[in-house]
Design a protein around this ligand. Sequence first.
Ligand SMILES: Nc1ncnc2c1ncn2[C@@H]1O[C@H](COP(=O)(O)OP(=O)(O)OP(=O)(O)O)[C@@H](O)[C@H]1O
Length: 257
Amino acid sequence: MSAGITVDDLTKRYGPVTAVDGLTFEVEPGVVTGFLGPNGAGKTTTLRMVLGLVTPTGGRALIDGRRYGDLDQPRRVVGAVLEATGFHPGRRGRDHLRIIADAAGLPRPRIEEVLDRVGLTDAADRRVGGYSLGMRQRLGLAGALLGDPRVLVLDEPANGLDPVGMVDLRDLLRGLAAEGRTVLMSSHMLSEVAQTVDKVVIVAAGRLRYAGPLTELTGAHGETLEAAFLRLTSDPASDSGTGPDSATDATASSAHH
Ligand SMILES: Nc1ncnc2c1ncn2[C@@H]1O[C@H](COP(=O)(O)OP(=O)(O)OP(=O)(O)O)[C@@H](O)[C@H]1O
């Protein structure tokens, strides 16, 4: 029933640049997992490999045990929001969703359900060009939810949200996880992430720095997520998990299984 994400020795090189460097971690159903790292850490590249949009140089990324390209009905298994762009500005929100639903063979009544779920019912007949960034984020999420997927992959879903939008997003993601779905979200907003996620995966320079429960990360050192993040990502050249600071049980067991 439940489906997770497996990232196994995943590597992506662009010429001399190693964007993702032997990354291994699991994302479980039933919780929200935050995917964190400094700019250029390889988060977007990793998510794009999970979604079959970028071909790995090595290793593999699996959803429900299969590569994205091998899923029978991908939109029913995984919903993704990569960027809140690419919307046709003259199109109305509901029409945007209708086009996705029709193309993917998804039932139209589902459109009203997802509009309601993301709080866009009242704005559904307005043109997307007039939407705020936060509304576009929610429309993207609505599109991802159309296929009622068990797995959600969200790149920076909190970008552009005001405080009320943040709280709404948090409640929505936690609700989706509570239904047994797998939710993986990247974010730069650490204080927001700390209130939203149960688990975190932290990368720097394409390599894993930590994968495990948020409470073990912050609890082990009695620090904030921000402090732990800075500690784990401040020296991208050093190996993770081998220094005295980063060799917590959780890091060691998760990063070196
Ligand atoms: N198509 C590409 N061609 C060449 N280099 C790339 C390409 N895509 C990403 N990179 C490089 O790979 C590295 C990782 O980039 P990526 O966008 O995955 O990081 P990120 O963690 O998502 O960063 P940000 O938080 O800034 O979005 C960067 O050095 C980036 O310049």
